[in-house]
Design a protein around this ligand. Sequence first.
Ligand SMILES: Nc1nc2c(c(=O)[nH]1)N[C@@H](CN(C=O)c1ccc(C(=O)N[C@@H](CCC(=O)O)C(=O)O)cc1)CN2
Length: 292
Amino acid sequence: MSEAAIIDGKAFAARLRQTIAAEVAALKAEHGLTPGLAVVLVGEDPASQVYVRSKGEQTLEAGMHSETHRLPAETSQAELLALVERLNSDPAVHGVLVQFPVPDHISQADVVAAISPDKDVDGLTVANAGRLASGLPALTPCTPTGCMMLLRDQLGELSGKRAVVIGRSNLMGKPMAQLLLAADCTVTIAHSRTKDLPAVVREADIVVAAVGRPQMVKADWVKPGAVVIDVGINRIPKDDGKTRLVGDVAFDEVKAVASAITPVPGGVGPMTIACLLANTVLAAKRLNGIGE
Ligand SMILES: Nc1nc2c(c(=O)[nH]1)N[C@@H](CN(C=O)c1ccc(C(=O)N[C@@H](CCC(=O)O)C(=O)O)cc1)CN2
């Protein structure tokens, strides 16, 4: 059997951003509407700082309004919620995102609950999660939305495929399973308590690994010909004392078995911010009564 195709998420995301920039230009010209995204970062987590900077840069590159609110780690929950409230009622802002993780003294659930569902470009509010689960139009979380785009591009029709999602987070595992279900896949959500995980994963035509355990999914877990989407972003030490980025999948061995696989880096990661821009445009259109 030949080696897996490597799914180039970086190139796909770059094309998606171009399409979004063209749509933004049309919205400005035809409706005088500039979609706006506000990103809030609390504290100085180094990875979050990089992601938030990229979000701001890519928002501007797409021709959109961008604002980044950097708050000190000691910011109280009340202060953060007051800022979210202000952004909820700011007409120049169509998407509000609070970067995670937030410091321990702040409740992530309370922050999500404060975001207006109409501006919830992370797709995390109960309203958007419920709409997705009910088959209603929703803003859907960015990383799973990006995974679906890569899967559709790779496989075309997803209906009838058996999919296993490893991980059950609100940001990734649960919405991924809902999106696959909406595409008529037969979906299993596996997690840390799943018995005989390798056997469960071996049933899948589509494997989505979002568990946060470096290189956990091995070659003998994967059905030959399956498509493997690796959502993990784990830094592991190298021999020279530096670190390198790996996913949740043992890439070098699994690529000999799968028909297609996303690399880390350069697979799913870049799709997250591209889909955030897409969600912001969608939110701006819905808030202004412009048809999709
Ligand atoms: N409010 C949110 N917080 C977080 C989210 C989210 O969707 N909403 N996701 C992650 C972080 N994230 C975006 O916020 C993100 C993660 C990874 C990438 C990416 O492009 N990764 C690159 C590698 C980058 C590196 O070297 O570290 C890749 O995989 O190629 C973009 C965005 C947690 N928080």
